[in-house]
Design a protein around this ligand. Structure first.
Ligand code: SF4
Length: 247
């Protein structure tokens, strides 16, 4: 147990956002270590558990510091990464940032004080965590988890989480992968629509990996058509950072 001034971070680095409507912008990424979800398509297995060390990556070999790491240390490293032309924002990603709500809140306060816009990537499975950080966010990527791919998730919980991010530029992401249930995509689209049908929703096909094939183009067209019966701005966008050779 740590106070809010310390937390578990897997790595911090600068890269290009590879997902969603802000694909292509330059960000610093703070990858929280630890995640209570168990998505079948998880592509950050190394960040699902609390790691012993945090890698601070700039040029050359990363500097490794023991976890838990202080909010001041992360904030100071991010300020250095942000000090380049064309910088967009700092992304709190994971793992799951809202599994460490006090630490996430401490970081958000420091980034705001430094004038760095904050972009949160979350599965939104903790209403209390979302409530804790919501007021300090500029951008939110709310990753709505389909129960067929993330066992134990209840779509209904998103009805409570969506309004908490009212003050930020919010979009939703729904990952589809082999074995997903189309009716769940429709249910998720209805929940977002009940909040605000103008919300941008990105259907993101999971990147094929060993033991997991691609969702076909035909299925993706079905996804777009179905979600668009409830929503005004549906986009199908794959993950791009892998194609760019970036982390
Ligand atoms: S929420 Fe993210 S980090 Fe956690 S299991 Fe799912 S994909 Fe992996």
């Amino acid at each position: 147990m740590t106070g809010g001034e310390e937390g578990y971070v897997s790595e911090v680095f600068r890269s290009i956002q590879g997902e969603g409507p802000y694909v292509g912008v330059l960000q610093a990424f703070v990858r929280f270590a630890g995640c209570s979800a168990r998505c079948r398509y998880c592509d950050t297995e190394e960040a699902r558990e609390r790691t012993r060390e945090c890698a601070l990556r700039a040029l050359g070999e990363p500097r490794r510091v023991p976890n838990p790491v202080s909010a001041d240390e992360i904030s100071s490293f991010v300020r250095a990464l942000a000090n380049v032309p064309g910088f967009h924002s700092v992304s709190l990603t994971g793992g799951e940032p809202l599994d460490q709500p006090e630490f996430a809140t401490a970081l958000v306060a420091r980034f705001r004080a430094a004038g760095i816009p904050v972009y949160l990537e979350t599965a939104g499975l903790s209403v209390e965590g979302a409530r804790a950080v919501a007021g300090g966010l500029d951008f939110v990527s709310l990753d709505i988890k389909l129960p067929s791919l993330c066992p134990g998730v209840s779509l209904d919980a998103y009805r409570s989480v969506l309004p908490l991010f009212e003050g930020a530029r919010l979009f939703c992401k729904i990952v589809v992968a082999e074995g997903f249930v189309m009716d769940e995509l429709a249910a998720a689209a209805r929940i977002v629509s009940a909040y605000d049908r103008a919300t941008t929703v990105v259907v993101q096909p999971a990147t094929p990996a060993a033991g997991r094939g691609a969702v076909t183009g035909e299925r993706l067209l079905e996804c777009h058509a179905l979600a668009s019966t409830y929503l005004d701005d549906v986009r199908v966008i794959p993950q791009c950072h892998g194609c760019l050779g970036l982390r």
